[in-house]
Design a protein around this ligand. Structure first.
Ligand SMILES: [Zn+2]
Length: 444
């Protein structure tokens, strides 16, 4: 058993002074005043986190890890040009080892930014499960918690390595889920890509598989106007949410990604069905997609988590960053300073993300996984700190820079110490990225 003794800790929407966290076998056992916990657990190993505030690890609800390797390529382009020039141009060249390096790169950078759980929406299957296994291997090697939203894709206009038959997509996703689900460190679930890249039968098969595996299922919805127009043309004038609802796949298992171009009535329908949203504000800005109506989503009762999306459409990969972006973008869009507060944004990036993925993460509470971050209060970006600490939470959301992130613990195991990865050599990773890029550019 370990007893973490920080100066401050996050508890139920606020920062408390002198709260300690007791951990055993990767789970939080108890939180409470440090003195009381010292007496209850006198033999616990003491973790001196003086000078730090202990907060839940953040949950990245949507990412495409291989895209980290395409960062800085085809920037400042409209969505479809970006897709063709960055994604489609390079996707065919990724070997399993390149995919492993890309995942190590993305997840390693995330850990250093305080992400402890990532949902990777992965579609570069290359005709089997070997590529998926590379993502799982990278997460395991780093010690980050992974949800692999295994994409089901049958639109043949995309690179061949994305595409599977419905039968293969179901069989491969099921096989991985059977192999990995249960430990809590890795979960595999179905993710029909979108209504423009998956047939309605594929979407139905994904939903049925989610039911069978008792997981949620993820799908991109209404990211771009072209998608809405295409869906209306192909489905007799129905909007994306109407299509999903009519097909019987809109319910409490449904996690939609983006939801930028939904009408008010579709948002209400999503909320009434118990559907959830993975919101990616920076990506929506980067790709000039538009602005999701978050106040309407909240009013409709839609649970909202935050995602960075792929690192070539952001191009940062931090959920703290998305908290800031979500709040600022919504304020600018509504001229209402209270439409999304720092407390709301923090909850979206932590506990809401956990609930959206169906995992006990994102809260410092008994029974939850011991996934948390120690933020250095002496970092200038966290100053000033008053004795009661009431500025800490707004500073975490609006001011903090990654330089303040000192320690990261996942499943009770420390994976970042004083800002450096403990599980993987960063120096080696940087040279692996260079080698991989030479391969992707066709130089090696
Ligand atoms: Zn995406």
């Amino acid at each position: 058993m370990e007893l973490y003794l920080p100066d401050f800790a996050y508890q139920n929407g606020a920062i408390e002074k002198g709260t300690a966290v007791a951990v055993e076998n990767g789970r939080i056992v108890e939180t409470g005043p440090a003195e009381a916990l010292r007496q209850t657990y006198p033999h616990a190993e003491k973790k001196d986190w003086a000078g730090l505030v202990l907060v839940p690890g953040t949950v990245n609800a949507h990412n495409h890890c291989f895209q980290s390797l395409l960062r800085g390529i085809a920037t400042d382009r409209p969505f479809l040009e970006w897709r063709d020039e960055a994604l489609y141009r390079y996707s065919q060249r990724f070997s399993p080892e390149d995919i492993y390096t890309g995942a190590l790169f993305a997840f390693g950078e995330m850990l250093k930014c305080g992400v402890t759980t990532v949902c990777d929406f992965f579609y570069l299957h290359n005709f089997g499960t070997e590529s998926d296994e590379q993502i799982l291997r990278a997460a395991h090697d780093l010690g980050i918690r992974l949800v692999l939203a295994r994409t089901m894709y049958d639109w043949t206009g995309a690179p061949a390595g994305y595409v599977e038959t419905i039968e293969d997509a179901v069989e491969n996703t099921r096989a991985l889920a059977k192999k990995y689900n249960g430990s809590g460190m890795a979960t595999v679930l179905p993710a029909p890509h979108s209504l423009h890249a998956a047939s309605l039968d594929m979407v139905r098969a994904g939903h049925a598989l989610a039911k069978e595996l008792d997981t949620c299922f993820h799908i991109h919805v209404a990211e771009e106007p072209f998608e809405v127009e295409q869906v209306k043309r192909e489905y007799g004038g129905l909007t994306p949410l109407e299509v999903l609802d009519k097909a019987g796949v809109l319910d409490a298992r449904t996690v939609i990604v983006h939801g930028v171009w939904l009408q008010k009535s579709e948002i209400e329908r999503l909320g009434a069905a118990g559907g959830k949203l993975a919101y990616c504000p920076s990506s929506n800005m980067f790709l000039a997609d538009g602005i999701t109506d978050i106040p309407a989503m909240r009013k409709a009762g839609v649970l909202i988590g935050l995602g960075s999306d792929g690192a070539c459409s952001n191009n940062r990969i931090s959920v703290f960053e998305e908290m800031r972006m979500a709040a600022l973008l919504q304020k600018a869009n509504t001229c209402d300073a209270l439409c999304l507060t720092y407390k709301d944004a923090f909850a979206m990036g932590t506990e809401n993300g956990g609930e959206l993925l169906g995992l006990p993460v994102g809260k410092l509470e008994a029974g939850y996984f011991a996934d948390f971050v120690g933020v250095r209060l002496s970092d200038l970006s966290m100053q000033p700190v008053s004795p009661s600490g009431e500025q800490i939470l707004p500073n975490l959301v609006y001011a903090m820079q990654p330089t303040a992130i000192a320690h990261v613990v996942v499943n009770g195991r420390q994976v970042v110490e004083n800002g450096a990865l403990l599980t993987v050599s960063e120096q080696k990773l940087v040279s692996e990225i260079a080698r991989t890029m030479a391969h992707l550019r066709g130089e090696a």
